[in-house]
Design a protein around this ligand. Structure first.
Ligand SMILES: *[C@@H]1O[C@H](CO)[C@@H](O)[C@H](O)[C@H]1NC(C)=O
Length: 114
């Protein structure tokens, strides 16, 4: 029984590592970072986060970005800088769209130290 639980835990750990890896698989650096489309997506992430949480962040610029274009899927993984009142902060965000849900979706948004 104990051994079986260990195996289960191990499988779970391996699966979640694989999932985190899969989330970032196939992403390539976005160049340039000041293109119209990537800025629109970064602004969308901030606006959407503000709408969902009642925060009042204001988009400043993109620090780092990578994107993935796969069949039926487009994903953006961005590190952005935004003003939170008088303080400027960095945030990591994931935004994606698929052919099944053809509108942009905010998957995650969280403060990061860069
Ligand atoms: C914005 O700043 C306030 C006050 O310092 C803080 O409580 C809040 O967590 C910050 N929000 C974000 C999204 O960084």
């Amino acid at each position: 029984m104990k051994f079986q639980s260990l195996i289960l835990i191990l499988i779970f750990l391996l699966a979640s590592t694989a999932r985190n890896q899969a989330l970032l698989d196939g992403y390539y650096p976005i160049l340039p970072l000041n293109g119209y489309d990537v800025i629109e997506i970064a602004k969308f992430a901030v606006t959407e986060y503000d709408k969902q949480t009642g925060a009042k962040l204001k988009f400043k610029n993109i620090i780092k970005g990578e994107s993935k274009f796969a069949e039926g899927f487009t994903g953006y993984h961005l590190i952005i800088s935004a003003d939170n009142g008088s303080i400027s902060n960095n945030y990591e965000t994931f935004v994606c769209t698929t052919v099944y849900v053809p509108t942009w979706k905010l998957i995650s948004f969280r403060p990061v130290q860069v």
